[in-house]
Design a protein around this ligand. Structure first.
Ligand SMILES: Nc1ncnc2c1ncn2[C@@H]1O[C@H](COP(=O)(O)OP(=O)(O)OP(=O)(O)O)[C@@H](O)[C@H]1O
Ligand SMILES: [Mg+2]
Length: 512
């Protein structure tokens, strides 16, 4: 007789059923995935089952309302600040001393997040080989780490846990709103599925492959699911269930007008924090001063590239004889010019301006969010100029060819993704929210949030950063060129790399 779990009134499940299990929780935004994952975590914690939760939105700290969970990461609300250097120590304490850990990755840049997660998961994998005891790893927004059709070290590590973790007692809970974008090999390893509502045809197709029903039946049943409802699948056992609500605070709740009380949180014992702090110091985690110095360097680099961009724009203006600014209707209708970004204001002040009366197509059927967002410096005529100029005579043919290949590859991305890329490149080094990008690209914000430009994010051409104010996107063209053209660096030097960055910037800014 196992220990019964209270996940749903309609479901008889025992703790033992979860050992070494790979569980997938899928569904669209707001369908109740995180709540379902939270309920499973609550049941595991209730039974002192050791676990780690990879939390990229910072929404699982609420488990501390009832359970002693250690929240590590960076930024507000974490108990211990960590980076990739000391990730293995945290994993060790968690595995050895059964300390449940929430790895709050919401404050990290995407590269830092990847490094930290690689260090953490590889330590857990090795430790599990020694300890061979039940341990669960939960991963939110799994499509970001195990995307279909992409190969990288982190993905291989997660796939290995899903494929071969059972023998070591390792189980996984992968949560994703993009069923079609999650690696099929990992999904096929999921012995237990919680399928919440989906609407997109591609996701419905994935469900059709996972469920033994006719497509029309799948569509009909899935469409009828409400928040918290899902189809539970475990081998031949397939049944619709309603998952209970989390009993601890769900920081990812959909905001309402009601006042939400912050929960009282429990802390893990001081001795555990002490053990980790010691291990961390031993591993030479960066001091606060070192971190500040790094940040200052980073900001200085940003200022440099901003100044460079201004000079480039001024050069373009001199060449063309004038700058044509396209001002959105919203700006023309009374919004002060100060609402334009500083860069645009400075260029605008120093040069003659022609206001394009027909700049905005306000008959566009797509709703434009009501914030003033700058149009970039007009790219009129630039395409033709560039087609001949693109192959720079100063650069070796191999470099120019490589550039052409990249431009062609990026040109094959979807229209929306290309527009986002062009916007970010054009407005580098600024960081912009999906809301601002949506306003410029005249595309619904939801579409950008649901379908961010993954190919560019994975290539490292665009970076996504989580700040307390929300998710921001920015161009990382310079770093990308430095990586991608590294092999040519001995021949073309820093100046050459700089030239390539400039040329690529011009090409990609008009790739819409
Ligand atoms: N079983 C449930 N009973 C009642 N309310 C629920 C249930 N599941 C989820 N909710 C509520 O619905 C809202 C969305 O739930 P949740 O955050 O779990 O969705 P999600 O699928 O994880 O969304 P996202 O993809 O945006 O993260 C929340 O306010 C949550 O409290
Ligand atoms: Mg969620």
């Amino acid at each position: 007789m196992g220990k019964p779990l209270s996940i749903s009134r309609d479901l008889n499940l025992n703790l033992e059923d979860l050992i070494g299990q790979c569980i997938a929780i899928l569904g669209i935004r707001g369908s109740g995935k995180s709540n379902t994952a939270g309920v499973i975590f609550e049941e595991l914690l209730q039974n002192n089952y050791p676990l780690s939760i990879v939390d990229i939105e910072g929404e699982y700290f609420g488990l501390k309302e009832k359970y002693e969970v250690l929240v590590v990461g960076t930024g507000e609300g974490v108990e211990i600040e960590i980076d990739a250097h000391c990730a293995a120590e945290i994993a060790q304490v968690s595995m050895e001393q059964n300390v449940p850990v929430v790895l709050d990755l919401s404050g990290f840049l995407s590269e830092e997040r990847t490094e930290l997660l690689k260090a953490y998961l590889s330590a857990l994998w090795n430790l599990a080989g020694t300890f061979r005891k039940p341990y669960m790893i939960g991963i939110e927004e799994a499509h970001e780490f195990i995307p279909q059709g992409v190969k990288n070290e982190l993905k291989e590590m997660i796939a290995r846990i899903a494929l071969r973790g059972r023998k070591r007692g390792l189980g996984g809970i992968v949560v994703s709103q993009r069923s079609a974008k999650v690696d099929k090999d990992v999904l096929s390893q999921a012995g237990m599925l919680f399928l919440h509502r989906v609407v997109h045809e591609v996701d419905m197709r994935v469900y059709s492959e996972l469920l033994p029903w006719r497509k029309t039946e799948v569509k009909e049943i899935i469409n009828s699911l409400d928040t918290g409802d899902c189809i539970y699948v475990n081998g031949d056992n397939i049944l619709p269930i309603y998952v209970r609500e989390r009993s601890t605070f769900h920081a990812g709740f959909t905001p309402s007008l009601e006042v939400v009380q912050s929960p009282e949180l429990r802390s893990v014992s001081a001795s555990i924090i002490d053990t980790i702090e010691k291990a961390r110091e031993g591993k030479g985690a960066k001091s606060a001063t070192e971190k500040l110095e790094e940040r200052i360097e980073q900001l200085e680099r940003m200022l440099d590239s901003k100044d460079e961009r201004i000079s480039e724009l001024e050069e373009v203006a001199r060449t063309l004889g004038y700058i044509k600014l396209e001002i959105p209707a919203l700006v023309r209708e009374g919004h002060p010019a100060e609402s334009l970004p500083e860069k645009t204001q400075r260029v605008a002040q120093s040069l003659p301006i022609v206001i394009a009366e027909d700049a905005v197509d306000i008959t566009d059927s797509i709703t434009i969010p009501s914030i003033p967002v700058p149009e970039p410096v007009s790219m009129a005529n630039r395409q033709e100029d560039d087609s001949d100029e693109a192959v720079d005579r100063d650069l070796p043919p191999a470099v120019a060819q490589h550039m052409e290949r990249l431009v062609a590859r990026f040109g094959r991305a979807g229209t929306l993704h290309r527009r986002v890329l062009a916007f970010l490149i054009e407005h580098a080094p600024g960081s912009y929210s999906a809301h601002q990008i949506a306003a410029w690209t005249r595309c619904p914000q939801e579409l950008i949030e649901d379908d961010p430009p993954y190919e560019f994010l994975h290539a490292g051409l665009i970076l996504r950063e989580r700040r307390t104010s929300g998710t921001l996107y920015r161009s990382a063209l310079r770093a990308y060129v430095n990586r991608e053209f590294k092999v040519f660096q001995p021949d073309i030097g820093e100046r050459g790399l700089h030239r390539v960055t400039g040329l690529l910037r011009d090409r990609l800014a008009v790739i819409v």
